[in-house]
Structure formats: structure tokens, C-alpha cells
Design a protein around this ligand. Structure first.
Ligand code: BG6
Length: 486
């Protein structure tokens, strides 16, 4: 008699991978697609915008998923994916964002993608807006600062729910919605330069997105009764830099700036600390009674990305600025970091899961997590591959921490590893910052064959999925640190 392997992951746990249209599809002007804000941001969030697409913008070609999706989805199926997170490029459906009629060829593309997923038994988890708003909405309306965007977004989501409602049951409204505070253009399509943007305009944009998100949730529930809708938050636990109460308070207040987004999505209204923040920072917002009513359409689950934690301090002279994915913070002296300076903290995932579950009591979905690293293609027994032990260690340690959170009693629906196939980085727009289980032959200078190769982590993740997490190694927990720089 065999005993079932012990695993904290519940039966039916949704294992898979995550992607975003602008980072992998390419075909930026094919079949009637309009320009998106990403098509004029060749250097990621810090770089300048260009007046028009330029050949150095790797996202224009991406990894050519637009033409290779069949092969890629078959590879995901080979790993045993239950779910694939992907986004719909808004400008493929409405090329300008404010068009009256959707683009038929854009709609047909996602039908083909969802049908391919269905053939492999993979459920799509679709992000409605993942840092790829139509450029026209940025240029003509100043993005989400304008209330008009709620109407354009509503038109867009109604078309998607109508067309794909029978094929897609998991929807996310906005990727990392809290990032608009830090990346107004790429997150909120706001054309006003960040240093000239008033806090009132910024938070008005936030408010419009929150209303649009709640509206999409309501419409999805009406149009697709068995759909589950989630918000998506950039999660980054913020620890006090020291045990000094002033640092603890500073960490709490920094955390509030992020938690507000989950509070509104999960509780249906602005929390008191946010109203105080608005008051004390001279932020005046146009919030109508209809908006307040709309916000009460709360999400079914809370999804989030998790890559790192940071520290906060009340000391204005602190020099410990951390490299982060968008949000700011201070370096934690106890942690090691990736090659891009992102601090590695598996325990932070358990902490954030407990915090969110205790706070909102909604099921969670980890929809991004992974290690961005430089990979080297080598030949082993005549087969080209990448020996990505550091990535395996990172993912192993985070999944063990996630299992601990589940054992703590947190309800987690699933886990989608970020960039399950190498794609163009969001923050730096590089190809060399790779996350995938599948290597794509493309370089930062745009050269490469676009051929796909399975990395060592491909078989490793397939085994994790096949055993529902029982193959994870608790004793490997220190490997991440030993593989990476301090
Ligand atoms: C998240 C984004 O912030 O981080 C993704 O939702 C992004 O789009 C991911 O790719 C990793 O960031 P980067 O810059 O390493 O690609």
C-alpha cells in the first residue's frame, strides 16, 4: 500500500504561469492593432518616451507569441499547467480606446488563444488591463485622470465578457493597480510628467480606476454568473528598518498607501486613514454618490504579485534606498538580492498572505512571482538547455512559504509563476532579465532566432505540479541565498 505524499496544497490548486500581452505578443501593429503606451516606451519605466515606435523597442516583436502561441501553450501543457494568466491588449480590440466598434481581427486572435488553452485543458486567467492602455487615451485624455476612461473601459470589458464569457471564468481588472502612484504613465496612461502631476490629479486617476474596476466586477457578475473576478495588487511587505516605534509607524503608513487599494476592492469603500491622507495632503476628489454605490461591488478574490519586501524608516537621512519593482523602499540589511537588486524574501510571501487573508477574508491568488536572472544556454547530452538552479531555488523557497501560509489557514486558489516563458522585462525593457521555464533565443540588441528551449526548471516545475507540491524541498531553503549575490 502506498501512502499519498504530504502536501499543504489543496486538491484542485491552480498551478500555472503568468504573462502579459505587451511583453510577449509582439505584432504591435498587426491585424488592425493600435498603438499602446508600451509601444513608445523602449526603455521601460525610467526611460524617455519616444514620439513613435522605434526599432530598439523589444516589445514590438516581443517573443512573437502572436504567431507562436500554439507551440507555447503546448509547452505549458507539457508542464501540466492548470491555468495560464495572460492579458488582452486593449489596443488590439479598440485600436484607439475610444472607437465605437471593436476590431474583429483582434477579437479573433484571442478566440484562437483561448481555444488552444481549452484543447490542452488550461483555464485562462485574463487581465483586462496590464500596463498597455491605448496610446490615444494617454495623448487625448491624459489617461485615467479623465473620467471618460471609465466609459471606454466599460465598453471594452462588455465586449470581452460577451465574446469570451463562455471560455474565460477568471478575470483580473487592472494589473498592480497600486503602481499608478509610482508609474503614472505606464500604469495609468497619464501623460503629464510625474514631477508636474498634482496629488489631486493622481488620486483622481486612482479613483477612476477603482470605480472602473468595481464596475467591471458588477458587469462580469451580471453577464457571466459563474465568473470569478479579482483585483490585482503589487504586494510588497514593508518592515520597520529598526524596532523604534517611529519606524514601525512609518512602515505602517507606507503600507497603508498600498493596502488602500485592497481595502476599497474588498470592503467597498475608502478606509478612514485614506480620507485623512487626502485631507492632510490637500487632495480634493470628485467622488459622486453613484461612484460610492459602484464601489460596493467587491471582488471575489484578491490576486497579487510578490517579488520582494522592503523596509521603511522615519529617519529622513536614511540612505538605504532599495532597488524595487516600481514601489520605493529601503534595503533590508538581512537579505540577499537578485542580479537586479531585488531583495529575496520567501518568508515575506507567507507574511503577506496572512496579512491579506486576515484583513479581507477573501481567497487569494498569487499571480506573479519569480526570479529575473541572466541565463546561459549550454549543451547537455546534445540538448540545448539552461541550468537555472538559482531560479529553481527561488521558486522552491517561495512555494514552501506559500505552503506554510496555506497551513496557517489562508485560502489560496492558485499560483502562476511570472514570465513562465522568457519575455521582455517590464521595468527595464530588457530580454536578458529572464524568468521563464522556457528559454527564448532573443537578445537585448534584438538579435536571435526566437527558438524555444526547455530549461532545467521546466522539468522541475512539471514535477511540482504533478505532485501538487509534494516534491518541494524544505531542506533546500538556504539555496536561494547561496546562489545569489549579497
Ligand atoms: C510586475 C509586472 O511588476 O513585475 C510585470 O506586473 C513585470 O509586468 C514583473 O514583468 C517583473 O518585472 P520586470 O521588470 O522584471 O519584468
Amino acid at each position: 500500500m502506498t501512502t499519498a505524499a504530504i502536501t499543504p496544497f489543496p486538491p484542485g490548486f491552480l498551478w500555472g504561469g503568468a504573462t502579459a500581452a505587451n511583453q510577449l505578443e509582439g505584432a504591435y501593429d498587426a491585424d488592425g492593432k493600435g498603438l499602446s503606451i508600451q509601444d513608445v516606451a523602449p526603455q521601460g519605466i525610467e526611460g524617455p518616451r519616444t514620439p513613435a515606435p522605434t526599432p530598439d523597442n523589444l516589445k514590438l516583436v516581443g517573443i512573437d507569441f502572436y504567431h507562436r502561441y500554439e507551440q507555447d501553450i503546448a509547452l505549458f501543457a507539457e508542464m501540466g499547467f492548470k491555468v495560464l494568466r495572460l492579458s488582452i491588449a486593449w489596443s488590439r480590440i479598440f485600436p484607439h480606446g475610444d472607437d465605437a466598434i471593436p476590431n474583429a481581427k483582434g477579437l479573433a486572435f484571442y478566440d484562437r488563444v483561448f481555444d488552444a488553452c481549452a484543447r490542452h485543458g488550461i483555464a485562462p486567467l485574463v487581465t483586462l488591463s496590464h500596463y498597455e492602455t491605448p496610446l490615444h487615451l494617454a495623448e487625448q485624455y491624459n489617461g485615467w485622470v479623465s473620467r471618460d476612461l471609465i466609459g471606454f473601459y466599460e465598453r471594452y470589458v462588455r465586449v470581452l465578457f460577451d465574446r469570451y464569457g463562455s471560455k474565460v471564468k477568471f478575470w483580473l481588472t487592472f494589473n498592480e493597480i497600486n503602481s499608478v502612484l509610482h508609474a503614472p504613465f505606464l500604469s495609468g496612461a497619464i501623460s503629464t510628467p510625474k514631477d508636474q502631476l498634482s496629488l489631486s490629479d493622481l488620486y483622481q486617476a486612482v479613483h477612476h480606476e477603482l470605480v472602473a474596476s468595481a464596475l467591471a466586477t458588477r458587469i462580469a457578475h451580471e453577464m457571466i454568473p459563474d465568473a470569478k473576478v479579482g483585483c490585482m495588487i503589487l504586494a510588497m511587505p514593508i518592515y520597520p528598518l529598526t524596532p523604534h516605534p517611529a519606524d514601525v509607524l512609518a512602515a505602517m503608513q507606507a503600507d497603508h498607501l498600498n493596502l488602500m487599494f485592497g481595502d476599497v476592492h474588498a470592503r467597498g469603500c475608502y478606509p478612514g486613514y485614506a480620507l485623512r491622507y487626502f485631507r492632510e495632503h490637500g487632495i480634493t476628489l470628485d467622488i459622486t454618490d453613484e461612484d460610492r454605490e459602484c464601489l460596493t461591488n467587491t471582488v471575489d478574490f484578491v490576486s497579487f504579485s510578490y517579488y520582494m519586501s522592503v523596509c521603511e524608516t522615519a529617519d529622513p537621512g536614511s540612505q538605504r534606498t532599495a532597488e524595487t519593482n516600481i514601489l520605493g523602499g529601503k534595503n533590508n540589511p538581512t537579505l540577499k538580492a537578485s542580479e537586479w537588486g531585488w531583495q529575496i524574501d520567501p518568508a515575506g510571501l507567507r507574511i503577506v498572505c496572512n496579512q491579506f487573508w486576515d484583513r479581507w477574508g477573501k481567497p487569494l491568488f498569487v499571480v506573479e512571482n519569480g526570479l529575473g536572472a541572466k541565463d546561459r544556454l549550454v549543451e547537455v547530452d546534445g540538448v540545448r538547455t539552461v541550468l537555472d538552479d538559482a531560479r529553481i531555488a527561488y521558486l522552491n523557497d517561495h512555494l514552501v512559504a506559500l505552503g506554510e501560509a496555506i497551513t496557517d489557514g489562508v485560502q489560496v486558489l492558485g499560483y502562476t509563476a511570472w514570465g513562465c516563458i522568457d519575455l521582455v522585462s517590464f521595468t527595464t525593457a530588457q530580454m536578458s532579465k529572464r524568468y521563464g521555464f522556457i528559454y527564448v533565443d532573443r537578445n537585448d540588441d534584438g538579435t536571435g532566432t526566437l527558438e524555444r528551449y526547455k530549461k532545467k526548471s521546466f522539468d522541475w516545475y512539471a514535477e511540482v505540479i504533478a505532485t501538487n507540491g509534494a516534491s518541494l524541498r524544505r531542506e533546500g531553503l538556504r539555496t536561494t541565498a547561496s546562489c545569489l549575490s549579497s
